[in-house]
Write a protein that binds this ligand. Structure first.
Ligand SMILES: *Cc1c(COP(=O)(O)O)cnc(C)c1O
Length: 358
């Protein structure tokens, strides 16, 4: 028997989510964000499923971009941080990739490279997040330098928002900061991430860049914030009960005697642990689903196993299926109990968990 853990990728949910994104941002084109192995879902799986309906794909690394081209992708591909090394420029031109330009050193390398072929550039504006990008007051000058020194097919403007909440006023501040220095309406603009797509519609402009809602989790980390939008979780992490134990009052469970039982109870051992990417630092109110019933995790998470309470699920047996996150147990809720966000859990899902398309 193979180890029973798997991540089921629901292709209908994925298509549903992209459709919802396209309805909400109906005036914009959509960069489907496939970085970090499509947020842990498997870039090949996700690409094959939404290639027909995305306007372009945004990735982080050259390898991801070349992988897409070699799998038949002839739509625009955006490198979200451009290049990290001038050696990448050869491949950027070879595979017609769109680059983000965020730093002076990149601009200098691009000028030195002197390609006779035109390139698409997204100029990254630091409008207030203070991570990547040129300061707003320098943008006009950067555009001038690009136009005079580089063979350009198109210049677009890009910024990234710091706040992912529903009632952000920082987003408006960031936009105003751009407006102060440049008439951005004269350019193709890509400003909105998932949060801005959902809750700040005036930021949509020409291209939006959606990651997390494509995969069916919340940009805020709170499932309730997106529950009404009909976005569906794409990944279900499931496994099985591989052993059942009976314990008696006064007995403990797992490493360091973390859980002490004051009653007789049936417990189930699940084939899933922190080496699979399940977070170890969850609080003691974290649930899984067995036979349609929510039940608690007991004691410490081990590298390869989790212990759950079966006190109220008498019919559970060896081989019973367990949902760790997915349609019923929201990844946002598990993440919250581990003091993190759905993004991190998705990206941390280990390689040893097979992804299965359904
Ligand atoms: C990852 C990323 C996105 C997608 O963000 P979501 O919150 O997942 O929609 C958008 N833009 C940039 C620059 C990114 O790095």
């Amino acid at each position: 028997m193979v180890r029973p853990i798997s991540a089921i990728i629901d292709t209908n949910a994925l298509k549903n989510n992209l459709k919802i994104i396209k309805n909400i941002a109906f005036k914009s084109k959509v960069w489907s964000v496939l970085k970090s192995d499509a947020y842990g879902h498997g870039i090949k799986n996700i690409y094959s499923c939404i290639s027909y309906n995305s306007d372009g794909f945004a990735v982080l690394t050259l390898d991801e971009a070349i992988f897409l081209r070699k799998n038949g992708c002839n739509k625009p591909i955006l490198l979200l941080e451009g290049f990290f090394n001038k050696k990448e420029l050869f491949f950027i031109y070879k595979y017609s990739l769109t680059i983000t330009l965020h730093s002076k050193w990149q601009l200098n390398e691009l000028i030195k490279y002197k390609s006779k072929y035109p390139i698409n550039i997204y100029i990254k504006i630091n409008s207030g997040m203070n991570r990547l990008g040129f300061p707003t007051k320098k943008i006009k000058k950067i555009i001038h330098i690009i136009k005079n020194n580089i063979n350009i097919s198109k210049i677009s403007l890009m910024t990234h928002f710091a706040e992912t909440t529903i009632n952000s006023n920082f987003i408006e501040k960031q936009i105003n900061n751009i407006k102060k220095y440049i008439n951005y309406h004269n350019f193709s603009c890509s400003f909105a991430n998932s949060a801005a797509v959902l809750w700040h519609k005036y930021t949509h402009y020409d291209w939006v860049r959606t990651g997390i809602i494509l995969y069916g989790a919340s940009p805020t980390g709170e499932w309730k914030d997106i529950a009404k939008i009909k976005i569906k979780p794409v990944m279900t992490l499931k496994s099985k009960i591989i052993s059942i134990q009976k314990i008696y009052p006064g007995q403990i469970i797992g490493y360091n005697c973390e859980y002490y039982s004051n009653k007789k109870r049936k417990i189930g051992i699940i084939a899933c642990g922190y080496a699979d990417g399940y977070p170890r630092n969850i609080n003691n109110k974290t649930f899984v689903l067995v036979q349609g019933i929510k039940t608690k995790i007991l004691g410490n998470i081990s590298m390869d196993m989790i212990v759950i309470d079966l006190l109220n699920i008498p019919t559970a047996k060896i081989g019973s299926s367990v949902e760790l996150w997915g349609k019923n147990i929201k990844i946002d809720d598990v993440a919250k109990s581990a003091n993190t966000i759905g993004y991190e859990l998705m990206c941390s899902l280990s390689k040893r968990v097979p992804r299965i398309l359904k």
